[in-house]
Design a protein around this ligand. Structure first.
Ligand code: ADP
Length: 183
């Protein structure tokens, strides 16, 4: 079975990686798919996120990293995947994820959504939280892969008056509500 793990991954966290590693043990192939969403203002470009995921998962043999636009079920069909893999952390995730799974079922009866419960140590962790900590100067070394932490510090450093680092696109505001998700 081929599983798609769709998401924003802005940026990838150790919580995402935990789901990816466990997914790789369950499925023949896991395709981590970054959604190209014109309605969100991400911290990292799609290409930056693809590079970050690629670098974080290079030790896993049955993984592929890709991006897509539009409906997730259409992308899954195009990739001949049977499963959408999603992670569940807290009760509020469940409500939004269940709605999304039901909606996707109305669009394609062939594709199943499978949820993996977060590992305990990552149940609090989200990309938004990581950005919020970094934005106020806190360390995110324990929350994301090391190279991603460096990318994040670089991004926020450009806003610092003493920084010599530059970035072409300005740092956007923190992401919308966690319920503002796509189908
Ligand atoms: P989206 O915008 O689609 O929610 P995210 O990148 O925030 O994209 O999340 C992608 C998937 O990973 C979602 O199913 C989300 O619930 C799951 N996820 C995010 N963080 C964690 C975590 N710490 N533990 C388990 N699953 C997680």
């Amino acid at each position: 079975m081929i599983a798609i793990y769709p998401g924003s991954f802005d940026p990838i966290t150790l919580g995402h990686l935990d789901i990816i590693k466990r997914g790789c043990r369950l499925f023949e192939r896991v395709i981590v798919a970054v959604l190209r969403n014109p309605h969100k203002t991400p911290l990292f470009t799609v290409q930056e996120r693809l590079d970050q995921i690629q670098q974080s998962t290079q030790h896993l043999p049955n993984i592929e990293v890709d991006s897509f636009e539009g409906l997730t079920v259409n992308y899954a069909q195009m990739r001949q995947a049977q499963v959408l893999l999603r992670g569940l952390r807290v009760l509020s995730d469940f409500e939004a994820e269940l709605q999304m799974a039901h909606t996707n079922k109305t669009l394609s009866t062939q594709i199943e959504t499978i949820f993996l419960a977060t590992s305990n140590e990552y149940s609090f962790l989200s990309s938004s939280l990581v950005k919020e900590i970094a934005r106020f100067g806190g360390s995110v070394d324990h929350l994301v892969p090391q190279h991603v932490a460096l990318d994040i510090y670089r991004c926020y450093a450009q806003n610092h008056p003493t920084s010599t680092l530059t970035r072409t696109n300005p740092v956007p505001p923190l992401n919308q509500s966690p319920l503002d998700q796509e189908v």
